[in-house]
Write a new protein. Structure first.
Length: 323
């Protein structure tokens, strides 16, 4: 099949590379012209590495041609900046599904994508892309959850051979609500230049995580936005573990950990982050329902501190600054 991936960050490049290796024709459509068009992409998986060759890389304004599926894999902040005419011109008037990954469900409506073509999807994994042609999958058992579509089912079926869980659902919105609550931890973890495991290894990190998650649950409940359990990175499961066995998160000595979330990757590369569109969104949801979120609001106010001063030394320093 012909697949166009719009916004090929770490996850988009990883999925595109694996689909290319599986025999599909893949175009990676980015916001800037590619540095080395046609260069192979190295994909580092937990137990092997692969070379994806023959991927077509294109920049804005380049003709893309018709595709059998379009994958929107950009971060929330980049997707929010996309203009409706650009998307309408890209996807054309055909019937090819347009898959939106990890997005606000209102974005396809804003972009005027026909409802019968929209498929909401989630990627439950961490992929690290600190160099243009090098992507590392750092999750042992990654999962892709998607709204039912024969075309997407056929495409994703091939990823099962690379260790992915492929999970079709009728409605992805409750799962996206759960993912948004889980992603609220991205910003505080990134501000300490660590990973979630490193953040939760300290009592202060666990205290912050519990407070942030509980606010997310309260906001969703007050706004009438249901949560569905995620097969991976589920926020309710994490909150329960933090309450029942907080000491189980401590590791002595700390294990090497490469699960850099997308906000930390952007900070390390000096690029804009999606943090405001994650934490700000939950604050907006709560505010519209008459609820004030103290911790998420405080963290949002501290977001610019990293760019101007530098990372917090550890969760303890971050907690003191917020108290």
């Amino acid at each position: 099949m012909e697949i166009t991936i719009v916004g090929p960050g770490a996850v988009g490049t990883l999925i595109g590379g694996l689909l290319g290796i599986s025999g599909h024709q893949v175009t990676l459509l980015g916001r800037k012209p590619p540095e080395n068009p046609g260069a192979p992409v190295r994909l580092v998986l937990p137990r092997q590495w692969l070379l994806a060759e023959g991927l077509r890389c294109a920049g804005p304004g380049e003709p893309g041609g018709a595709s059998d599926a379009y994958f929107m894999t950009m971060g929330r902040h980049h997707l929010h900046a996309v203009r409706r005419p650009d998307i309408v011109r890209l996807i054309g008037a055909g019937e090819a599904p347009v898959a939106f990954f990890n997005c606000d469900p209102s974005e396809p409506i804003r972009l005027a994508v026909p409802g019968d073509r929209v498929r909401l999807c989630l990627t439950l994994m961490n992929a690290v892309k600190l160099q243009a042609a090098d992507v590392e999958l750092t999750t042992e058992k990654p999962a892709i959850l998607f709204e039912r579509s024969p075309v997407l089912a056929q495409l994703f079926r091939g990823l099962a051979g690379f260790g992915f869980q492929i999970l079709p659902v009728d409605d992805a919105r409750p799962f996206l609500n759960s993912l948004l609550v889980a992603q609220l931890l991205f910003l505080p973890v990134a501000m300490c230049n660590t990973t979630l495991n490193g953040f939760l290894a300290s009592p202060q990190g666990r205290e912050l995580a519990s407070s942030i998650l509980s606010e997310g649950f309260a906001a969703m409940e007050r706004a009438g936005m249901p949560l569905a359990p995620l097969p991976l990175l589920d926020p309710r499961d994490l909150a329960a573990r933090l309450e029942r066995k907080p000491g189980s998160f401590e590791t002595v000595p700390p294990l090497p950990d490469r699960e850099y979330n997308s906000v930390l990757q952007s900070l390390l590369r000096g690029r804009p982050t999606e943090a405001a569109h994650l934490n700000k969104r939950i604050v907006e949801i709560a505010s519209s329902a008459g609820l004030h979120l103290a911790w998420n609001w405080r963290i949002l106010q501290k977001a610019s501190r990293v760019a101007s001063i530098g990372f917090y030394r550890d969760p303890s320093e971050l907690l003191r600054s917020l108290a």
